[in-house]
Design a protein around this ligand. Structure first.
Ligand SMILES: *Cc1c(COP(=O)(O)O)cnc(C)c1O
Length: 467
């Protein structure tokens, strides 16, 4: 054994103790760590012939890199849709690395870990009140369940025409309908060989909505003359957290032949609260659903899962099979994730979610969701009552979409946001909504409190005077 490796093996207790203490120090000061940094690194470090050992590598990390780590996991990072990490999810994440299981099959290599993943999916179905007729698995981020689900949808489309696209390639143009698809779904259409421009944009409901106009959807369905199609719908759009009408879409599914996919990356968690559950009413009738856990479930990156109805299991395997004769049947008996999703070898991705669900249960998550919405509404209150700002859309759930009041201030929006973000107390992201430059604040972090809203507001007031 290499002597430095051997030394590290001997020192493993000291090494892990140091890391544990460093983790505690970081998490305990999360409220004061800036949400942005102007410092950067050169990326041309030489690889040493003889290594440093873990403790010296840690020293270098702490000198050069750790000071650049921003408080993305903290309570005032409101950019994109950014969750944090619950204590229990850290336990699961650390143990995933320690146990280092390759999570594929329910028998053989890493056998139990695939069962833990199946158990975790079942826990998530209970959390979200979805039926067991969905089978699911973990991939990296919501982009990848969109990819996985749309790949199965593509195979379904071919199947309707008697074609096997997975074996023979795409030989027909695929009809996709969507109103406000997330950018990652468009990216998936490119990755899947469908073409990022090859979808029909359905109108949204009039009056400042991002949700699909059902009448226009029906009109477009009629014009397909009974041909199959794929519908990409939204449970939570990123600008205004708008939801398509899933009960109306369920009715359409009774009359027409289509694959129904829902991107519920963050909005799916509305199901955790009796107050907001109505937003996803009817979603159990979808063929496939995308959900991100590293957003509102507050577990570490990279954690998202797909759900595909069990009845489409064969199509899914046709796309993702890694062996010529995959055994389907009982997933508890002889099943391998490598025939169901893009990756082959995978870590035990489900474990942080498993820990967090066991630790906090349905009530814990109900409270996280309801607190996030309450914080969004408090921030919304400030925006709507202050003459310097204006909402671009009503706050429907956890995203506040606003801008500086007055058309003449449109050119100031970018500099306002740049200065706000550079100050490092709060972080938000720019957007364009209905042709106006705007700012999004998305509330998903479990730690965010009223005090954080006040800190952000004070910072905004200060900057407004200076630009
Ligand atoms: C965040 C998000 C995605 C993409 O998720 P990643 O985790 O970044 O891959 C897809 N759809 C919606 C609605 C999202 O909010």
């Amino acid at each position: 054994m290499n002597p430095i490796l051997k030394q590290d093996l001997n020192d493993i207790e000291t090494i892990l103790e140091r890391v544990k203490q460093q983790g505690i120090d970081f998490l305990n000061s999360i409220d004061t760590i800036p949400t942005s940094t102007k410092n950067t690194i050169t990326t041309d470090r030489n690889l040493d012939d003889s290594g440093l050992g873990a403790l010296s590598a840690l020293e270098e990390f702490n000198q050069r890199l750790a000071p650049l780590m921003v408080s993305q996991t903290g309570p005032r990072y409101w950019g994109f849709v950014t969750g944090g990490v619950t204590p229990a999810s850290i336990v699961g994440d650390w143990l995933t690395t320690i146990y280092d299981q390759n999570t594929q099959a329910t028998k053989g290599r890493g056998g139990v870990s695939a069962l833990i993943e199946i158990e975790t999916i079942n826990l998530l179905l209970q959390l979200l009140d979805l039926p067991k007729s969905f089978l699911g698995g973990f991939v990296t981020g919501a982009t990848m369940p969109n990819f996985t689900c749309l790949a199965v949808a593509r195979q379904w489309f071919g199947n309707q025409l008697g074609k096997d696209f997975a074996r023979n390639g795409i030989s027909e143009s695929i009809h996709i309908l969507s109103a406000t698809p997330h950018s990652s779904s468009i990216k998936c259409l490119a990755m899947l060989g469908i073409g990022s421009q090859n979808f029909t944009k359905i109108k949204t409901i009039e009056g400042n909505r991002e949700a699909i106009d059902i009448a226009d959807l029906e009109k477009n369905i009629e014009s397909l003359n009974g041909k199959p199609f794929i519908l990409i719908s939204s449970a939570g759009t990123v600008n205004t957290a708008d939801f398509d009408d899933f009960n109306a879409i369920t009715k359409l599914k009774e009359k027409h032949n289509f694959w129904w996919h829902i991107d519920a990356a963050f909005g799916g968690f509305a199901a955790c609260s009796p107050k907001y559950k109505h937003l996803v009413s009817g979603w159990h009738s979808a063929d496939s659903i995308t959900i991100d856990c590293h957003k509102w479930l507050n577990v570490p990156y990279e954690s998202a899962f797909y759900l595909v109805k069990e009845q489409h299991e064969n199509l899914q395997v046709e796309v993702f099979q890694n062996s010529n004769a995959p055994y389907l049947g009982d997933p508890l008996e002889n099943f391998s994730y490598l025939n169901f999703l893009p990756e082959n070898s995978r870590r035990l991705k489900a474990l942080p979610v498993w820990f967090s669900l066991l630790a906090y249960g349905k009530q814990g998550y109900q409270e996280i969701i309801e607190n996030s919405v309450a914080m969004a509404l408090q921030f919304d209150d400030f925006i709507s009552q202050n003459e310097n700002y204006v909402l671009l859309a009503p706050t429907r759930l956890n995203n506040v979409c606003f801008t500086l009041a007055g058309d003449h201030n449109q050119e100031k929006v970018s500099s306002f946001l740049t200065v706000l973000n550079e100050k490092g107390k709060v972080f938000m992201t720019p957007t364009i909504y209905e042709n106006r430059k705007g700012i999004r604040a998305s509330f998903v972090n479990w730690r965010t409190s009223e005090l954080d809203i006040q800190i952000a507001i004070a910072q905004m007031e200060e900057i407004l005077l200076s630009i």
